[in-house]
Design a protein around this ligand. Structure first.
Ligand code: HOZ
Length: 427
């Protein structure tokens, strides 16, 4: 029995499903989750000392690679001064200034502890600002696990076998309207029916919780226009795209400005952080300035701020990193596309910048319905083969692959070789 197997046996006795977040339980791909002991650069090591090239990167934050020296040093130095004060600190001001200087539409920002919290708070501010209750979200987009947003969500909900979560009272979701990603007409329909009641549209600018689905040209622009026409706010959930596609996230990359932006783990460089920000007049509604209440003892925690500032500062000072990262993505996913085309594989490669997904379907993936045509059994075989080759992919068909600056060309060529071998053997 391996150490991971033994740990999992112990874990299931005391943690629901043996994990603290469902997707990592490996339910949809079978087998035992690997228990990770340490990571450096693009590599992770499990408790049995197996080494994996990691394409999860803590679900996004590891843009510089794991355990980057600047980030680790900043954390150690800050820890020595105290872990949490529950009082204002200079480092929070530094972080807020950094975020406002990088993300084009953010004039004011509030730190929280996770993406879930960021979205929950942004939606509350949007409702407070507009005096309206309804929000529109997209099927297959995931915005964390707050009650009102667990409606036809992506990520683990897509493989949990239930469309929505138990335990969410109907009253909490009655104001959540679902539309189809990349289908402006479905959004327009809601606005025509009840435009005066809609506070906000929330969207992942690149849907990255049903695999990876980039917006078709005109989709984000169309959302902006519809929101403007009906006096609703546009919220970009940039928990995955923020500081990844460009220094200013998807809004800079696509040139479409939201009213509010939510940010998550990336802003903490791997520490538990989230944030929401946007136009000054909207953000001034957050307590204590305005009447929208939101608070948290650990919000703006100095250690988390130090890690985030170290990573964001490097990204800001080196805009060329984005060229490197995005070119790496274009090359790597381009090679995969070429393989699929040449060998007539029953697959689609969907990607944007360093984010990508190999879907096991012949249908072009552009929304939830097409993503769901994937053969999850085929993905399961692929995942397990790759894991056996020392390649750690997200353990679900409906999650993204994340490249980092630490992935070398040699590593990517090896991954590509393993893919080739898998398809030659199995398909
Ligand atoms: N919600 C994450 C995937 N989109 C997974 C989080 C985790 O297991 O850490």
């Amino acid at each position: 029995m391996t150490r991971s197997e033994r740990l999992f046996e112990e874990a299931v006795q005391v943690i629901p499903g043996g994990v603290n977040s469902p997707v990592r339980a490996f339910h949809s791909i079978g087998g035992t989750p690997r228990f990770i002991k340490r990571a450096k650069g693009a590599c992770m090591y499990d408790e049995d000392d197996n080494c994996y090239i990691d394409f999860v990167g803590s679900w996004g934050p590891m843009i510089l690679g794991h355990s980057h020296k600047a980030v680790v040093d900043a954390v150690i130095e800050t820890c020595q001064k105290g872990l949490s004060f529950g009082a204002a600190t200079a480092i929070e001001v530094q972080m807020a200034e950094l975020v406002c200087s990088m993300v084009p539409s953010i004039e004011m920002v509030r730190m929280v502890n996770s993406g879930t919290e960021a979205v929950m708070s942004a939606v509350r501010v949007a409702r407070g600002f507009t005096g309206r209750d309804k929000i529109i979200k997209f099927t297959g987009c995931y915005h964390g696990h707050s009650d009102g947003l667990l409606v036809q969500a992506g990520s683990g909900v897509m493989t949990a076998g239930v469309p929505d979560s138990l335990g969410v009272p109907a009253g909490y979701t009655k104001d959540t309207l679902s539309a189809e990603y990349n289908h402006l007409d479905s959004v327009e329909g809601h606005f025509r029916r009840c435009g005066e009641e809609i506070a906000a549209v929330i969207v992942e600018p690149v849907a990255a919780n049903m695999g990876v689905v980039p917006p078709i040209p005109g989709f984000l622009e169309g959302l902006r226009k519809l929101c403007d026409n009906y006096g609703a706010l546009l919220i970009f959930d940039e928990v995955i795209t923020g500081f990844r596609l460009a220094p200013g996230g998807a809004q800079e990359y696509y040139g479409v400005m939201p009213d509010l932006t939510t940010l998550g783990k990336i802003i903490g460089g791997g520490m538990p952080v989230g944030a929401y920000g946007g136009r000054r007049e909207i953000m001034e509604l957050a307590a204590p300035l305005g009447g929208v209440y939101q608070a948290g003892t650990l919000s703006g925690n100095p250690v988390a701020m130090a890690a985030g500032i170290a990573q964001l500062t490097l990204l800001k000072e080196h805009p060329e990193y984005y060229q490197v990262l995005n070119e790496k993505g274009d090359w790597f996913y381009g090679q995969m596309e070429e393989l699929v085309r040449k060998k007539h594989l029953p697959c689609q490669v969907s990607h944007e910048g360093s984010l990508g997904c190999l879907y096991f379907t012949r249908e072009k993936v552009m929304d939830y319905q097409s993503a769901k045509t994937s053969d999850t059994e085929a993905f399961k075989a692929y995942f397990n083969y790759m894991l056996g080759q020392g390649i750690y992919l997200a353990p679900s068909q409906f999650e993204a692959m994340f490249l980092s600056l630490a992935h070398t060309e040699e590593m990517l060529r090896n991954v590509f070789q393993s893919m080739l071998t898998f398809f030659l053997q199995k398909v």
